[in-house]
Write a protein that binds this ligand. Structure first.
Ligand code: NAP
Length: 240
């Protein structure tokens, strides 16, 4: 492994795994009050848009960037795709693969949170919302539905009138997800296509519960991608 100054845009399991494999500076947005910290050096907080990130890359003499942010952190990914070429720094996007429906899955793929909110009322009244606290506003006007909303941090208004909030961080087991769906008499599950472990999807399939699956935002054109931490380590290894 060449001795490079590497910035990892993190906030994900993959970002933490990469920081455990190679020496890097990890960057977190600072959204959660008790974040799971990666190994090694960590910086916290936004860079100040594309210009701020470009300046940071130059000032800190960063030689490679791995964007390991969540697949739905589209703004950070778009900023990196502009700032890295501007600063002359190679960029890799590390993205875990999305989910694909299998036998027994009843999925309704939608292109956005707004489309998910449109789709929900026809599928059921009692909704398990797992799209994260920043997404809850999209469902705020659905007075006809009752929501069980799960997130790491407490959501803030606007949010649905009839909502029970569960604060929890995965991973979850299929058995505990099944119990949650049954005890709350859930009719429909709403999730982003985040990829990774999928106990809630296994539980929904076993119970025949339909899933509204929000598609990922598109990646910026022309940026190389890796699907696994191993591939990202290999990419770093061939630089320098
Ligand atoms: P976003 O909408 O793409 O980014 C909004 C702004 O937050 C960015 O412009 C940047 O501010 C700052 N930011 C985001 N990620 C950052 C990072 N890793 N380091 C420093 N600044 C960062 O991002 P988001 O969806 O709010 O996600 C924020 C963080 O939570 C990310 O690290 C992501 O990996 C993690 N996360 C997101 C989700 C999700 O569903 N979106 C789920 C799990 C974890 P400046 O413009 O000031 O640089």
């Amino acid at each position: 492994m060449p001795d490079l100054r590497v910035l990892v845009l993190g906030g994900t399991t993959e970002g933490r795994a990469l920081a455990g494999r190679v020496p890097v500076i990890s960057s977190l947005a600072g959204r959660t009050s008790a974040p799971l910290l990666p190994a090694g050096e960590v910086r916290v907080g936004g860079f100040g848009g594309v210009d701020g990130l470009t300046r940071y890359l130059r000032d800190e003499r960063i030689q490679a960037v791995v964007d390991a942010t969540h697949p739905f952190a589209a703004t950070m990914t778009a900023h990196a795709a502009v700032a890295c070429p501007a600063a002359g720094v190679p960029l890799l996007v590390l993205r875990r693969p999305g989910w694909t429906a299998g036998p027994g899955d009843v999925w309704h793929r939608v292109p956005s949170l707004a489309a998910a909110a449109d789709a929900v009322p026809a599928l059921g009244e009692r909704v398990f919302l797992t799209t994260g606290r920043q997404s809850i506003a999209a469902f705020a006007a659905l007075d006809g539905c009752w929501f069980l909303s799960r997130s790491v941090e407490r959501p803030v208004p606007p949010m649905p009138r009839r909502v029970e909030v569960v604060l929890d961080r995965g991973p979850f087991s299929v058995e505990s997800e099944r119990e949650l769906l049954l005890s709350h008499r859930i009719d429909v599950l709403v999730t982003k296509d985040s990829g990774g472990t999928a106990a809630k999807l296994d539980a929904a399939r076993a119970l025949g519960i339909p899933v509204v699956m929000v598609d990922r935002p598109a990646l910026p054109a022309g940026v190389p991608t890796a699907a696994t931490v191993d591939d990202a380590v290999r990419w770093l290894g061939q630089l320098g």
